[in-house]
Design a protein around this ligand. Structure first.
Ligand SMILES: Nc1ncnc2c1ncn2[C@@H]1O[C@H](COP(=O)(O)OP(=O)(O)OP(=O)(O)O)[C@@H](O)[C@H]1O
Ligand SMILES: [Mg+2]
Length: 339
């Protein structure tokens, strides 16, 4: 049997004249956690909606398989839905707010013909893994905090032990400390139940729990790889010098950019820059000499490896610059034609 759980080839989504998703292809193995990253409107939810049978076939083209079944055929929908779980964005959670967490579980379980007693047992197990305080299980869900509601929704997404769980922004609307807890619960669930997971998120820290990360921009998939491979594709495998420079301004950044072995400079704070170098170890000392010669006063310095957040920012910026260059080229060609 194939170990591919989700297979997407040349996916295009169009709503009328609006072309939303462009030629997206990727493959996901059983048990992997995939992070779907991209700024608002990139098309993350739309891709997940295709995979979860929520978009009509007339609106998309390409080849898509989820648990060996294609959502292209309506007759497959109920079988696909029985094999997947879907946890929507916080504001769209479809819980029964007047009912308790346990009764919610029993109610949703009845959709999968799971008997009440069994549903209660599974619910209690999931609530324990998800650290939902036991004294809240019997209270109306409306009395729970945002983070607790989100975790009840995750438990509901998991009651039928789905092969794939889709989570749309699991950490949005949850306070900073709880964000890490939720990500850790997901990792724990993934390890204990072997569930393949798709996590849609704006939270770049979530890459820490992902086996692979997908970066989307304007409906195009820019990257799909392990966070480690992506970071390693940066100059010198992502090694960087973090420099605090007195009175840093754009002119000073430009001076750094002009250093012979400088590959990239990104601003990481008001007076902080991160500098990527060609052959980092050999050229760091030359960079410091160069800065000294140009009267740039370094007040602090450290070396580090780029994290996923930095990679994401660099990659998106790169794409924006590439697009601007392409546009300028087009404009200048137009100018030549007009002459
Ligand atoms: N049914 C629809 N008809 C027309 N346009 C749509 C439809 N659904 C989504 N879009 C458009 O497709 C684009 C991608 O939307 P999508 O919801 O997939 O983005 P997203 O990456 O999930 O964004 P967010 O991070 O804000 O949730 C947006 O420009 C949105 O307006
Ligand atoms: Mg979305």
């Amino acid at each position: 049997m194939s170990d591919i759980t989700v297979d997407v080839k040349d996916l295009n989504v169009k709503f009328g004249d609006a072309h939303i998703i462009h030629d997206v292809s990727f493959r996901v193995k059983k048990g992997e956690i995939i992070g779907l990253f991209g700024i608002s409107g990139a098309g993350k939810t739309t891709i997940i909606r295709v995979l979860t049978c929520q978009i009509k076939k007339k609106d998309w083209t390409g080849y898509v398989e989820v648990e060996s079944l294609t959502p292209a055929k309506k007759k497959n929908h109920s079988e696909i839905l029985s094999k997947i779980g879907y946890v929507p964005q916080l504001e769209l959670l479809n819980l029964y707010y007047e009912l308790s967490a346990l009764v919610n579980i029993e109610t949703f379980a009845s959709n999968y013909a799971i008997p009440r007693k069994k549903a209660k047992k599974i619910g209690q197990e999931l609530f324990s893994i998800l650290d939902i305080p036991e004294d809240t299980w019997k209270n109306p869900v409306k009395k729970m905090s945002g983070g607790e509601k989100k975790r009840v929704s995750m438990a509901i997404g998991l009651i039928h032990n789905p092969g794939v769980l889709f989570l749309d922004e699991p950490t949005t609307g949850v306070d900073a400390n709880k964000r890490y807890d939720i990500l850790n619960y997901l990792k724990k669930l993934n390890r204990q139940l072997g569930t393949t997971m798709f996590i849609i998120t704006h939270d770049l820290e979530a890459a820490l729990v992902c086996d692979k990360t997908a970066i989307l921009r304007e409906g195009k998939l820019l990257e799909f790889d392990t966070p480690h491979n992506l970071i390693s594709s940066l100059p010198s495998n992502g090694l960087l010098a973090r420099l605090t420079i007195e009175d840093l301004n754009e002119d000073k950044v430009e001076i750094i950019r002009n250093f012979e072995y400088c590959e990239k400079v990104s601003r990481a704070g008001n007076d902080i820059v991160e500098v990527f170098l060609k052959d980092f170890e050999d050229n760091l000392i030359h960079l410091l000499d160069y800065l000294l010669k140009h009267d740039l006063n370094i007040t602090a310095m450290s070396r580090d490896v780029a994290n996923f957040r930095r990679y994401f920012q660099i990659r998106i910026l790169e794409e924006e610059e590439r697009e601007i260059r392409a546009l300028q080229k087009k404009e200048s060609l137009k100018g030549v034609e007009m002459e």
